[in-house]
Design a protein around this ligand. Sequence first.
Ligand code: ATP
Ligand code: MG
Length: 442
Amino acid sequence: MNLPADVQNIINVLESNGHEAYAVGGCVRDCILGKVPHDWDITTSALPEQVKALFQRTFDTGIEHGTVTVLMQGVGYEVTTYRVDGKYEDGRHPKEVTFTASLEEDLKRRDFTINAMAYNDSRGLVDLFGGKEDLDNGIIRAVGNPRERFTEDALRMLRALRFSAQLGFEIEADTYQAIKDLAPTLERISAERIQVEMVKLVTSDHPERIRDVYLTGLTNVFFPEFNAMMECDQINKHHMYTVGEHTIVSMGLVPNDKVVRLSMLLHDIAKPVCKTTDENGQNHFKMHPVKGAEMARAVLRRLKFDNDTTDRVANLVKNHDDRPEINERNVRRMIIRVGKDNFDDLISVKKADTLAQSMYHREEKLAYIDELEKAYKAIIEAGDCLRIKDLKINGKDLIDMGLPQGQQIGQVLGTLFEEVIDNPSLNDREYLLKRAKEIIAQ
Ligand code: ATP
Ligand code: MG
C-alpha cells in the first residue's frame, strides 16, 4: 500500500517517538479497492497531548474523543488515540470513551469488517476480522455481533446500506436480519446524522439501494412518505411501475448531483395523496407537483437540510411536469419561473422521469424535451433579458427622471420587464427611457 508522503511522515514521527501509528478505516478500505481515499485517518497509541506536542500545527477537533487534526501543508489529517467506546446508554453516544494501548481494541469498536483494517509499512495490513476477504467478496458485515453493534449505535444500520450503495456490496445475512429487527430504534438518531448517510446513499453509484432502506423498515422511521410511494400503484398508460419503483429507476438515470438526485427521489412524493381513480379504473394524480413541492420541503426540513438545497429541490419538484407549448414567449417565461441556473437540472429530471415511465408515447415525450432544451439554449445564446437586472435601464435612471425613491421604482421596472420578456427587442435604453416616461405619466 502506498501512503501519501504526509501520512507516512506523521506515522514516522509518532513511531520514532515510541508510539504506534497506522492509517485506518475508510482510507485503507479505499486503497485496497484501488480508489483514491478522500481523506486519511490515523490511529495511534499516543495520547492527544502527546500528539499535539509532536507536531507544529494542530487543532483540537474532537479532543474529548481523542481526535487531533494535524495540519501538513494546508491539509488536515485526523489523528485519533486508540480508544474503546464506553457503554452506549441511549443507542447514540458512548457515555464515555476510554483510551487504550491496544490497536485490537480500537479496531473492535469500528462498524464493519471492511472499515476495521489498519496499515503501516512496518506491520503491513492489520486485518483481524476478515475485512480483506469481505472486500474481495463484496460483503458488508458488522464487526462482532450485529445486534449488539446496532444496539450501541443505531446509525450503523443506515451506514450499512450507505456502504452497500457506494460500493455495490451485499449485506451479510445476519447483519441484514439485525437491521430488520432493530430498524425502529433508528428513531433515537439525530436528523443531521441521518441526512449525512442519506446524501451519501442517494448520490452513490447505486441509489437503487434505497429500496433496502425501505425493505429493512428504516424509511418508515424518518421518511414514511417513501413507504407510501412504494405502496402506491399507478394504473395508467403512462406507467409500468409503482410510484416508488418509478422513483428508484429514475434516480439511476440522473447525474449523481445532490440536488438532482434528491429532486428525483422526491418528484412524485405527493402522488399517493393526490391519487384518484376514474370510471375506467385509471389513476390520476392532479396537482401532484405543487403539493409535492410542499411535501418535499417538509421532508428536507425534517432532515435538517440547508435552505438552498431545500429551495432548489422544491423548485425542481414543482416544475418537473410543466409542459408549455414551445414558443419563445412560453419558454422564456418558464426559464424565468424555474431560474436560468436550474434549467439544465430540470431537463435532466424530465428526461429521467420519462425514461422511467412506460413506452407509451415515449418518443414524443423525449422529442418534446429535446425541443424545450433547444429553445432554452437559443434564448440563453441570444442573451435575452431574463431578470429585472438585465434591463438596459435601472432604478437610478428613474430617480434621475424625477421619480421619488421607493416602491414606485420597482413597479415601473416590473412593468417594463413584463413587456420586455415577451419582446426582447424592446430592451433598448432609448426606448425604455421613453416608455418609462409614458408609464410614469399614466
Ligand atoms: P467515507 O468514505 O464516507 O469517509 P469512512 O469509512 O471513512 O467512509 P467515516 O464516517 O469517515 O467513514 O468514518 C471513519 C471510520 O470510523 C470508519 O471507517 C469506521 O472505522 C469508523 N466509524 C465511523 N462511524 C462509525 C460508527 N457509527 N460506528 C463504528 N465505527 C464507526
Ligand atoms: Mg472518512
